[in-house]
Design a protein around this ligand. Structure first.
Ligand code: ADP
Length: 244
């Protein structure tokens, strides 16, 4: 176990990893890395390493879960046993089940579900390494994987958290800040539609602090949105180059 650091913010106002309060971690997104999937994406956000794979729309199994007028979106968020320092049981934990649900609910509004009646879309999220904020990084990657699969979408969903470390509102908390900090506010956004699809809060904030955290998280989402679009473009630019 890591010892509780004396302070999460130093005298210069910098965080333990050297970031300013409004800085995101380093983010890299790659698209289409699993040929067996209909769409896939890999994200590294700081020390988080997460894979998202999309299958479908395809025939629904078990069949009785199919709906006559729309597709059914299913999400499975799973942390690998080696993704955290102490081995995590590979069986789905209560947290895995909760995160699978909130991730599905964050992604679903972006999909035209009535285009594919009686089918299912499966989204598998494998967290290979976790360092705080994995639900948001998972949403970001899964949305890119959905776009890569060619499913018609209203917009990409971009997610980012903000929270409170010591007395400062900070963007994109890492694991230490998440655990030792006072609050964490994950937000998911469809930036083009300006619609929030996930808003949670863990911890205690005043109303002013909450508003500041949400606004900071939304600014983070805007930056990540650009990276998502660049990652998608990069894949299709490569396809074009190969054909020429
Ligand atoms: P999020 O990853 O979305 O921030 P949580 O706030 O529940 O979700 O988790 C914060 C962090 O705690 C995770 O990103 C991960 O680094 C760590 N964590 C989660 N589950 C475990 C576990 N079973 N063992 C050790 N660390 C964990």
């Amino acid at each position: 176990m890591t010892q509780k650091p004396e302070k999460l913010i130093d005298k210069k106002g910098l965080r333990l990893d050297g970031r300013k309060p409004e800085d995101l971690r380093q983010i890299q997104i790659e698209v289409g890395i699993l040929p067996n999937a209909d769409g896939s994406a890999y994200i590294q956000q700081g020390k988080n390493k997460i894979l998202a794979a999309v299958f479908g729309p395809r025939e629904m199994h078990p069949k009785h879960l199919a709906l006559p007028d729309r597709t059914v979106l299913r999400c499975r968020y799973h942390m690998a046993p080696f993704s955290v320092q102490e081995r995590k049981s590979p069986a789905p934990s209560r947290r895995d089940v909760e995160l699978s649900k909130v991730i599905r609910e964050a992604l679903e509004p972006s999909i035209f579900v009535d285009y594919y009646p009686r089918t299912g879309i499966d989204v598998f999220i494998e967290v290979l390494q976790a360092d705080g904020g994995t639900r948001c990084a998972s949403i970001t990657a899964a949305s890119v994987a959905l776009a890569d699969s060619g499913i018609p979408m209203r917009d990409l969903v971009t997610a980012c958290a903000a929270g409170k470390a010591d007395d400062t509102i900070v963007l994109d908390l890492n694991d230490t800040e998440d655990k030792k900090g006072n609050a964490d506010v994950p937000v998911a956004l469809m930036p083009n539609l300006n619609a929030i699809t996930l808003l949670q809060m863990d911890g205690i904030l005043t109303l002013e602090e909450f508003e500041k955290a949400v606004n900071l998280a939304l600014k983070g989402c805007e930056k990540i949105y650009t990276l998502q679009k660049e990652a998608l473009k990069a894949k299709y630019m490569n396809v074009k180059e190969v054909k020429e």
